[in-house]
Design a protein around this ligand. Structure first.
Ligand code: TTP
Ligand code: MG
Length: 373
């Protein structure tokens, strides 16, 4: 089966060069974790399945099957609320190892059709087919995923990343949506501004306050005012509103570490001041880890003194962590006990590395610290 599909991939490459403007594909698996569980247990098929959180109401929902979504259950909802909405829903603990394996299997399928692949989460990726026939390739990918992985993917095809992602989301589940330049021109003005990249809760509220609800409202609004008020971001919003996105599909390596740092306005020897930055870094690193469903086992603090001498001190834990509280407690511990303060500090940074995909939530104690570098 695999060989056949690979061969199909190679043949496809030969016959489908058409240099159409439609060159970007966005693939997003449907109800990913829940679909895998339904695939692996026939009893779960067609039933409201909730992955993540426990039936006694602790934790949060990772995702819900489309049957469970009918009851209003969605990702990031407290499990307690999900239980209230659908008392007979089936709660399943997450099995990240299994999901990661499926994710790799899907990525192997993508590789048959192009080398330009940008994974953006465990179940989502952009592909640039570079002049090959994106429609034929997207059909083939969907089919390979269905036959070999026994799951459905929604795909979007367009002439840039923003529109391809918009497309993949339009007819979920099992969607196949093409946005040509003509379609984009008609479609975009009808959409709520929320659909534009970069518009989250806060910007949406601000735009609504100005009377801007749809992309058409935005396009009709005083351009100068928007640019003055939002600067570069305003410009980008207007670009998206016109269906323009010049970002390219990047073959990103999976990050081996993540870090935050700041050069201080004024050098300091005050650890309390540095701890405030560690607190901020912990919060943003926790967010970044959670977005990628990662936990880390190593936390590093980086300090540059006023003489430009750089030191790093790390702690490696037995149990992986990802919460702001845990990161802060380790970071602060390193700062307090391992960083000499003989000279003023000009830069402070924090890094997390040694990633693992979480299985079950783990409780951290300081006894878990096993190795100091
Ligand atoms: P999504 O692609 O956002 O969601 P989904 O695949 O479950 O459903 P959809 O059909 O709408 O694409 O996320 C992929 C997986 O990531 C999801 O199955 C579970 C996990 N996830 C979380 O653990 N927490 C979250 O808050 C979100 C959004 C996703
Ligand atoms: Mg998905």
């Amino acid at each position: 089966m695999k060989l056949e599909s690979s061969l199909k991939g190679i043949l496809m490459k030969r016959v489908t060069k058409n240099n159409s403007v439609l060159t970007i594909i966005h693939v997003d698996m449907d109800a990913f974790f829940a679909s895998i569980e339904q695939r692996d247990n026939p009893y779960y098929k067609g039933k409201p399945v909730v992955v993540g959180g426990s039936p006694d109401g602790r934790g949060v929902v990772s995702t819900a099957s489309y049957e469970a979504r009918e009851f209003g259950i969605h990702s990031a909802m407290p499990a307690r609320q999900a239980k209230e909405l659908c008392p007979f829903a089936i709660f399943i603990p997450t099995n990240m190892e299994k999901y990661k394996e499926v994710s790799n299997q899907i990525r192997e399928i993508f590789k048959r059709y192009t080398d330009k692949i940008e994974p953006i989460s465990i179940d989502e990726a952009f592909l640039d087919v570079m002049g090959d026939n994106a429609i034929e390739i997207a059909k083939a990918i969907k089919e390979d995923v269905r036959v070999e992985v026994n799951l459905t993917a929604s795909v979007g095809i367009s002439y840039n990343k923003f529109l391809a992602k918009l497309a993949s989301d339009m007819k979920k589940p099992d969607g196949f949506t093409v946005i040509t330049p003509e379609i984009a021109k008609k479609l975009l003005p009808t959409l709520p501004v929320r659909k534009l990249w970069g518009v989250g809760d806060k910007t949406e509220k601000e735009l609504n306050r100005l009377g801007i609800f749809t992309v058409r409202d935005l396009l009709d609004y005083d351009r100068e005012f928007l640019l003055e008020r939002w600067g570069k971001r305003g410009y980008e919003l207007l670009q998206f509103a016109h269906g323009i996105d010049n970002s390219t599909v990047e073959n990103k390596q999976e990050a081996k570490s993540m870090g935050e740092e700041i050069t201080l306005n004024k050098n300091t020897k005050d650890k309390e001041k540095l701890a405030i930055y560690i607190r901020e870094f912990s919060s943003s690193l926790a967010n970044r880890l959670n977005k990628k469903y990662l936990k880390c086992k190593t936390v590093t603090i980086k300090i540059k003194y006023d003489n430009f001498k750089l030191i790093t001190r790390s702690k490696t834990l037995k149990q992986p962590i990802c919460s702001c509280r845990e990161l802060y407690s380790i970071g602060k511990n390193i700062l307090n006990y391992r960083i000499p303060m003989k000279r003023p500090v000009r830069l402070v940074g924090m890094q997390v590395s040694n990633f693992i995909y979480p299985h079950e939530p783990v409780q951290l104690t300081f006894k878990d610290v096993v190795e100091d570098v």
